[in-house]
Design a protein around this ligand. Structure first.
Ligand code: HEM
Length: 430
């Protein structure tokens, strides 16, 4: 059954939605959130009204529709499930139908509703439309951010969907960086969906249901769970710590800093000319799975750990300064310090919006934690953002002794879905 048939509100006698199952308990939570955060607009979909940096109150819904996709400037949620997909159909119309179905399902799930006719209450003879594990859970600030990879435009020399001329110049194949040890099974992809939520079950449910809707047309190429945010877009909130124990995200682009977002993150009208018009209001995402050699790091002295970053471990203050938010004096740091190398003043003003998560995928068979940072960075143009930064870091960063990049992907992130009739990628296929 297609989503066109299934995504309307459940008819009488059919499945109750996640929202309905929340009942008054859910409403109470939501009202509490308003009182605590003062962000009534954060509670329901359908508007752009939630300030990106608004109080990250768990439970509430982040609006799905808007000029930009949610999940970029949105205050970073606690959990991640990121999925990269291969498109397995060759049929352009089938792909378009899938993207329409995905968009409807995404709008429902981010609002806290079940997919289609729901998980229960439908015909006993058929599998339910929704897998059910998010029944009774609040929206949990779920955002679903959709992107397209270079191989959707051309693969093995083939213009698969008549999109080749639409490929933006900024959607480059990333160059090989010094030290890269990339696993092709954890790299690339035709499509991606980044699911962020304050509840891991809600994020996993969303990816699982999108994969299920796409059965026979797409297949998951790789996916990544993230359990702890390592970046913040809300400078007023406490900065999270990464797996190395350091505050991460101190000097990042704030989700409320519209001038910086326009300058460094959103693709502007002027950037998106001719065949690239579909990208106006979008962004570019670089995803890197970065493994940390945790055991080596844990045997390193505190002094050396602090020198590696150029910030102290307790407060996160730059070398020679007292407080986390004090302006760094870059020349006081070692020339190989991560912050000195990555700071905009060392890179002609380059800034990216970091939105990564820590991961720990068990152990690697040698008793070492398979852990690290799933690095996610949004920018207006990869060629002027991640690429020059990573070239510099790969060549000089003291951190390289303790990390290795093992997965990599790049995606064009289209602008936001404007309303109920719009869908992910509509302008790309127009
Ligand atoms: C496992 C790998 C990495 C770790 C553990 C890490 C950790 C950190 C930490 C602790 C900070 C200082 C606090 C802050 O301002 O956020 C920082 C800053 C920064 N990092 Fe990383 N980072 C990693 C990889 C990368 C990569 C691959 C890039 C980009 C190519 C990058 C770009 C930056 C930037 C732009 C800053 C802000 C510098 C400033 O303006 O002061 N990082 N990172």
């Amino acid at each position: 059954m297609s989503q066109d048939e299934t995504t309307t509100d459940a008819p009488a006698g059919r499945a109750p939605s996640r929202r309905a199952l929340l009942g008054w308990g859910g409403a109470g939570l939501a009202l509490g959130a308003v009182a605590a955060g003062g962000t009534a607009a954060a509670l329901r979909t359908g508007s752009d009204a939630q300030p990106a940096g608004a109080d990250a109150t768990s439970g509430s819904a982040v609006p799905f529709h808007g000029r930009h996709q949610a999940g970029i400037a949105t205050a970073v949620q606690d959990r991640l499930h990121f999925a990269s997909f291969d498109v397995t159909t060759d049929d352009r119309d089938e792909l378009i139908a899938l993207l329409k179905d995905w968009t409807k399902a995404a709008a429902r799930m981010t609002a806290g509703d079940a997919v289609g006719g729901g998980a229960v209450g439908g015909p006993a003879e058929a599998p339910p439309d929704d897998t059910g594990e998010a029944l009774g859970l609040p929206p949990s600030r779920l955002t679903l951010t959709f992107g397209v990879g270079p191989t959707l435009f051309e693969k093995d020399g083939k213009d698969r969907f008549g999109l080749k001329k639409r490929r933006p110049e900024a959607l480059i194949d990333l160059p090989k960086f010094s030290g890269d040890n990339l696993d092709s099974t954890r790299s690339g992809g035709d499509l991606c969906v980044q699911a962020c939520a304050d509840d891991p079950q809600v994020a996993v449910h969303a990816i699982r249901n999108l994969a299920r809707i796409g059965f026979g047309k797409i297949a998951i190429r790789w996916s990544q769970l993230g359990f702890g945010k390592t970046s913040s877009t809300t400078p007023d909130a406490q900065t999270p710590r990464n797996m190395m124990g350091f505050k991460d995200g101190t000097h990042n682009i704030a989700g409320t800093d519209n001038a910086a977002l326009d300058q460094h993150v959103w693709v502007g009208e002027k950037d998106a000319k001719g065949d690239e018009r579909w990208m106006a209001g979008g962004s570019y995402l670089v995803a890197r799975r970065i493994r940390m050699h945790i055991e080596t790091w844990d045997r390193t002295s505190l002094k050396e750990q602090e020198d590696v970053f150029g910030r102290d471990k307790a407060e996160g203050a730059p070398v020679g300064r007292k407080h986390e938010r004090d302006t760094p004096h870059l020349k006081s740091m070692l020339p190989t310090a991560h912050v000195r190398l990555a700071h905009p003043d060392s890179n002609g003003g380059v800034r990216i919006l970091r939105r990564g998560y820590s991961f720990t995928d068990g152990t690697d068979g040698l008793g070492r934690l398979d852990a690290g940072l799933f690095f996610l960075a949004y920018q207006r143009d990869v060629r002027h953002g991640f690429v020059p930064l990573q070239q510099k870091l790969a060549a000089n960063d003291a951190l390289n002794e303790y990390i290795q990049h093992v997965g990599s992907a790049v995606f064009a992130i289209p602008p936001g879905v404007r309303g109920a009739d719009d869908w992910w990628g509509r302008e790309l296929f127009a």
